[in-house]
Ligand binder design. Structure first.
Ligand code: FAD
Length: 465
């Protein structure tokens, strides 16, 4: 059977469905091919959404425990894993249904099946050959597997398995102290697992500014069994009562046995898995598909978006790129112009940052000013029983323009939005300092960190130099 379309989108994750919807809204005839029976990709089915649902549960459990100094003591929670799983799945299912309805309303033909390019104008899905005028590759990424680990052992899991909540392992090792590993640690720790984290770099969330990571590190060192930095796994062997892990690192013991090991060492792009080479599309040695500012590959009428085009592998980057590709295909002069892509670790405490990091500012020799406001001086933070947070603002020394911001603390992921908007609007430190923030809010710590640079702070006493 042969079908024809103006735009073919391969992959129904946040990048792919956004591109398909936008192209249809701009008047294009669109076919969307997705190998799974539901739309939403990694983010909606085994990523952002299910992890945040479980992190909400973790937060409630943790907050209930944290009320004990206020004289409120709850009994030990009874956890019904099956019900928790159903509740979490229902959230994804509801959003899946929403996406299906949105596709239908736009007359997008959704085809279920694995698509492969067979030429630069055709994609094969099972017995169907689809001829397209323009295509958008949005095939995403998958967890990195380490070949020397016992990948057939069901006790060795990745983030997708972890979100399926098969059980609550008594002792859980997480290999990889990046955002995904740490979010999974937050979930399983709240459910009762004893957590060990192993990270090969000298810091968890490598690349993130040290001062932002410190409060999280302090907390997890207290809450978890072990956090080993500068440490690698030399081997994992299946034994009767678990997985025996041998380490290499100064502080780590020689070996230990865990009920489960979660490998969270990164994700690799699916560029090589959709026959893009048959269309003449360049794929680099890591599996990424290089694109220009308009998301165009080396083949003029084929575009690529999302995880498959590069880091950071984030849903909001994928959707933004999806809109650009759809708009360019529809004749608009769109291109990537956003100044920053915010990053958020939904850990406890959360960490969020955007724009220039202090690490980058130093490495690039940028003349910057820094204002940090400690949440120990925030009334709102104390009211929620927390004082470890920090809000940091970086600005250009000459112009006062905001260059970057980082926040660690409760709801940092929500709070960073104001800094992103400030950066995009070209705001200065004075703009933020003179913006009236509601009191008492955590959001006002952004205004206060601007006041720290502006020299107008009254919530703290800074000695005049
Ligand atoms: P994907 O979501 O990977 O979608 C690609 C789709 O293409 C998939 O549905 C796949 O089935 C389909 N596909 C692949 N090959 C073919 C083919 N040949 N034919 C047909 N279909 C195909 N990001 C955030 O921004 N915030 C978060 O909080 C966050 N949390 C995460 C938590 C976890 C545990 C994980 C694993 C990821 C998380 N991410 C988060 C990352 C986010 O999920 C990805 O960046 C995002 O899903 C990428 O979107 P995409 O459209 O590029 O690809």
């Amino acid at each position: 059977m042969q079908l024809k379309t103006q735009v073919l989108v391969l992959g129904g994750g946040p990048g792919g469905y956004t591109a398909a919807f936008r192209a249809a809204d701009l008047g294009k005839q669109v076919i969307l091919v997705e190998r799974y029976p539901v739309l939403g990709g990694v983010c909606l089915n085994v990523g952002c959404i299910p992890s945040k649902a479980l992190l909400h549960v973790a937060n409630v459990l943790n907050e209930a425990k944290d009320l004990s100094p206020a004289g409120i003591n709850f009994v030990q929670p009874e956890i019904n894993l099956g019900q928790l799983l159903d509740w979490k799945n229902k959230i994804s299912t509801q959003l899946n249904a929403g996406l299906a309805a949105l596709a239908k309303q736009r007359n997008i033909k959704v085809i279920t099946g694995t698509g492969r390019f067979v030429s630069d104008t055709q994609v094969q899905v099972d017995a169907q050959l689809i001829e397209f005028e323009q295509a958008i590759i949005a095939v995403g990424s998958q967890p990195v597997k380490i070949p020397s680990f016992p990948n057939d052992d069901r006790r060795l899991i990745d983030s997708t398995d972890a979100l399926n909540l098969e059980d609550i392992p008594e002792k859980l090792l997480i290999v990889g102290g990046g955002i995904i590993g740490l979010e999974m640690a937050t979930i399983y720790n709240s459910l009762g697992s004893k957590i060990t984290i192993i990270e090969m770099q000298e810091q968890i969330i490598p690349g993130c500014d040290k001062d932002l990571v410190r409060p999280l590190m302090t907390k997890i060192k207290k809450d978890y069994d072990n956090v080993f930095l500068d440490t690698t796994v030399s081997s994992i062997v299946s034994v009767v009562d678990g997985l025996k892990v041998t380490y290499q690192g100064k502080a780590a013991p020689e070996s230990d046995v865990f009920n489960k090991v979660l490998v969270a060492v990164g994700r690799r792009p699916n560029g090589n898995l959709c026959g893009a080479d048959k269309a003449g599309v360049t794929i680099d040695e890591r599996g990424f598909i290089p694109v220009d500012k308009q998301q165009r590959t080396n083949i003029k009428h084929i575009f690529a978006i999302g995880d498959v085009v590069g880091n950071p592998m984030l849903a909001h980057k994928a959707t933004h790129e999806g809109k650009i590709a759809a708009e360019v295909i529809s004749g608009l002069a769109s291109e990537w112009r956003a100044l920053t892509i915010p990053s958020v670790a939904y850990t406890d405490p959360e960490i969020a940052w955007m724009g220039l990091t202090e690490n980058d500012a130093k490495a690039q020799g940028i003349d910057y000013e820094k204002g940090t406001f400690p949440w120990a001086a925030s009334g709102r933070s104390l009211c929620i029983g927390r004082k470890e947070g920090l809000t940091k603002l970086l600005s250009d020394k000459k112009t006062g323009r905001i260059l970057g911001a980082g926040i660690v603390g409760t709801n940092a992921g929500e709070l960073i939005a104001e800094a992103v908007l400030a950066l995009e609007m070209g705001a200065t430190v004075e703009d933020l300092a003179l913006t009236v923030h509601a009191h008492p809010t955590l959001a006002e710590t952004l205004g206060l960190s601007a006041e720290m640079i502006d020299g107008t702070i009254t919530d703290l006493f800074i000695k005049k130099r």
